[in-house]
Design a protein around this ligand. Structure first.
Ligand code: NAP
Length: 180
């Protein structure tokens, strides 16, 4: 797939590396923006308060499938129902919220585990297939916890994730009985 990441830091840069290893063609954009016309999917990985500022600097977004990885920390900004909805106001296409519930500092450990760690996500139906593929290609198993109407609840749940010790990050696994 052709992927454009908007943000090339811990999350954008880290996922770019994992996705290139899985054979994808990835272009990373920073705060100066750029063009996403050729993308099959765009990843949004900028500070949550900078979503609009960052997306204003990117052309070719209209109709693109977007995966929003932003978090509301340290505090939610703006009046959109969710940050995922703020992204959608620029892309006008299917949106998924994923990788916001996974620790970038642990990307290198994901493929070394006895079982594949989970990656919760919420998504519009039309974004599911691409999102699940990219979650798997980053080394996780996808777990859908709702459609995009749950994005705000999902974003707010980050505070629970941040409460889990040890501070600095955990991997997690959801399973049906018999799987563990
Ligand atoms: N770190 C984690 O473990 C983690 C986990 C889940 C979700 N998240 C979320 O993912 C997003 C990215 O986090 P990160 O840790 O990857 O951040 P980061 O390392 O600080 O990278 C931020 C990226 O955003 C870009 N950017 C674009 N417009 C910007 C602006 N106006 N101001 C500042 N930066 C701008 C930066 O561009 P330049 O390259 O030009 O500086 C940089 O590439 C955040 O919403 C964060 O809450 C982080």
């Amino acid at each position: 797939m052709r992927i454009v990441t908007i943000g090339r830091g811990t999350i954008g840069g880290g996922l770019s590396r994992l996705w290139r290893e899985a054979g994808h063609d990835v272009v990373e954009l920073g705060r100066d923006g750029g063009d996403a016309s050729d993308a099959d999917v765009v990843l949004i990985a900028v500070p949550g308060a900078k979503i609009s500022a960052a997306l204003r600097g990117v052309t070719g977004l209209n109709g693109k499938i977007a995966i929003d990885a932003t978090n509301i920390m340290p505090a939610r900004q703006g009046d959109f129902p969710s940050y995922a909805h703020e992204v959608k106001s620029f892309t006008h296409g299917p949106v998924a919220k994923s990788f916001n519930m996974n620790f970038g500092a642990l990307f290198d450990a994901v493929r070394e585990q006895r079982v594949r760690p989970s990656n919760w996500y919420v998504a519009d139906e039309e974004a599911r297939e691409v999102t699940e593929r990219l979650i798997r290609d980053a080394g996780y198993d996808p777990v859908r916890v709702g459609d995009l109407s749950r994005a705000r609840d999902f974003e707010d749940a980050v505070w629970l994730l941040m409460g889990i010790e040890p501070v600095g990050g955990v991997l997690y696994r959801f399973a049906v009985p018999g799987e563990l």
